[in-house]
Design a protein around this ligand. Structure first.
Ligand SMILES: NC(=O)c1ccc[n+]([C@@H]2O[C@H](COP(=O)([O-])OP(=O)(O)OC[C@H]3O[C@@H](n4cnc5c(N)ncnc54)[C@H](OP(=O)(O)O)[C@@H]3O)[C@@H](O)[C@H]2O)c1
Length: 265
């Protein structure tokens, strides 16, 4: 029996136990996957006791993704680029830290037929999720990536860690830009709100992808509908990153899209 868990705070709402249990059934593997509530600062002790109980892999969510970097003996390239870990794999000594968020997003964009190559991408939001997706998006060689964030300094500091990413606030977007993919990466949907996006920033034929899903996706989905802008929720990214984490632990990749019925794909 493979012992796995997601650590976070809050974590009771997490869909990860259902997703990973379904992956295990799909592949005929015995997996015990739990959600474990761990407050900020208490991850080292929680991981030590999980390991002592036979835990061999974990997912991390808010507030642990960044703090976990210092706890890993080894990081994959995506975790190094993001400065954040969403997947831990037990090794003989210590933990291997991975970040499957960006690759999970790419799996979903491919499924949706949204091309990144040569695209002009506007990402609204510059938090941990944006840090996780930038490296994998850049690997696909888009024509441009611009970050717009409420606190422009945060966006500028993040952009400075990557080659070829520009950044600013909402009121200083370059006027010559018109984007063909809008990625909504703020947490405003959880407050029932949308960021101050100007439709004139977007080209005719543009599409939008919201990292939020479920209830938190609804405000942005409604805004996009009013602009006649096709929009997709981040539920596919959630399934994609989970499938890649499951592969890190088991060596087998489940079919994430078989779980469409768990959410709105
Ligand atoms: N689909 C998936 O698998 C997946 C994976 C990861 C995250 N997510 C979702 O993506 C969202 C972002 O996550 P995160 O980890 O990046 O969060 P985070 O690190 O807390 O960053 C939050 C972002 O939202 C912005 N924001 C928050 N309140 C705002 C307000 N009142 N007005 C304008 N901007 C505001 C922040 O701007 P400032 O910097 O100016 O504060 C920042 O850019 C969350 O809703 C999360 O659930 C989804």
């Amino acid at each position: 029996m493979l012992k796995l868990a997601v650590f976070g705070d809050p974590v009771a709402h997490s869909l990860s136990p259902r997703i990973h249990s379904a992956f295990a059934r799909q592949l005929g593997l015995a997996v015990d996957y739990r959600a474990i509530a761990v407050p900020a600062g208490q991850l080292p002790a929680a991981l030590a006791s999980f390991r002592a109980d036979g835990g061999s892999g974990a997912n991390l969510t808010v507030p642990h993704k960044q703090d976990a970097v210092a706890l890993c003996d080894r990081l994959d390239r995506a975790a190094r680029q993001a400065g954040a870990v969403n997947t831990l794999v037990a090794e003989e000594e210590g933990w291997h830290g991975c970040n499957t968020d960006g690759a999970g997003l790419l799996l979903d964009l491919d499924r949706l037929g949204l091309s990144i190559e040569a695209a002009r991408i506007l990402i609204v939001g510059a938090g941990g999720a944006t840090a996780g997706i930038l490296g994998p998006l850049l690997d696909r060689r888009p024509a441009a990536i611009h970050l717009a964030n409420r606190h422009r300094e945060r966006a500028q500091a993040l952009a400075a860690r990557f080659h070829g990413v520009s950044a600013g606030g909402f009121d200083d977007l370059p006027t010559d830009r018109s984007f063909d993919l809008l990625i909504q990466a703020t947490s405003l949907g959880h407050l029932g709100k949308v960021p101050a996006i100007e439709p004139r920033w977007l080209q005719v034929g543009a599409a939008a992808y919201d990292l939020n899903y479920g209830q938190a996706h609804r405000p942005f989905a409604a805004w996009c509908k009013r602009q006649d802008l096709p929009v997709f929720s981040g539920f596919g990214m959630l399934l994609g990153q989970a499938a890649l984490a499951f592969e890190e632990w088991t060596g087998k990749r489940p079919d994430p899209w078989a779980l469409a019925s768990l959410g709105n794909l």
